[in-house]
Design a protein around this ligand. Structure first.
Ligand code: RP5
Length: 176
């Protein structure tokens, strides 16, 4: 069924080339049935569009912003300059030191204008953090998060089982 609720999360990308690296964010938001929208706006190439998106987000119902950018990754900071909504920054990997440039650009915000930085290309964690923020005022979302947390040990257990199988296969191959 098409989503009719207003977006609660706004995802802004510095370029469409960032999307494949962080689109796991959309999977998480779909999983938790959180309505979201995705925009491309650059802090440097289209600063006015970035500013407008930030200024108008709250009145359109957005509650959390996720902003992804690579290199001189100023987009999350510029968005944070124009809104009181929480902004989660995703550093996008570059060819320079795996995106350490992006990470440092995002994390080094001046006092009074915070951006919550997640790891490089960490679309999934950015979205989970956004859901956690929304869950503060949404008991149903909080229940979904609790169920999600409870499912994590089983995931690890199946990774352990898979690894044991690999080791057993290795020993069998070595002895044959
Ligand atoms: C940044 O420059 C974007 O966020 C992207 O990570 C990088 C390259 O952009 P394109 O040249 O692919 O548009 O602003």
């Amino acid at each position: 069924m098409p989503e009719t609720r207003p977006p609660q999360v706004m995802i802004v990308l510095g370029s469409d080339s960032d999307w494949p690296k962080i689109e796991a964010a959309a999977e998480v938001l779909d999983q938790f049935r959180v309505p979201y929208e995705v925009h491309v706006a650059s802090a440097h190439r289209s600063p006015e569009r970035a500013r407008q998106l930030a200024l108008e987000a709250a009145e359109r119902g957005v509650r959390v912003v996720i902003a992804a950018a690579g290199g001189a990754a100023h987009l999350p900071g510029v968005i944070a300059a124009y809104t009181t909504l929480p902004v989660i920054g995703i550093p996008v990997a570059t060819s320079l030191a795996g995106g350490l440039d992006s990470l440092l650009s995002i994390v080094q915000m001046p006092p009074d204008v915070p951006v919550a930085a997640v790891g490089t290309n960490a679309g999934r964690n950015a979205a989970i953090l956004a859901v956690q923020i929304l869950a503060l005022a949404d008991p149903l979302l909080r229940s979904s998060l609790e169920a999600f947390k409870k499912s994590l040990p089983a995931k690890v257990a199946s990774k352990h089982t898979a690894l044991q199988q690999q080791l057993a296969d290795r020993r069998t191959n070595q002895s044959s």
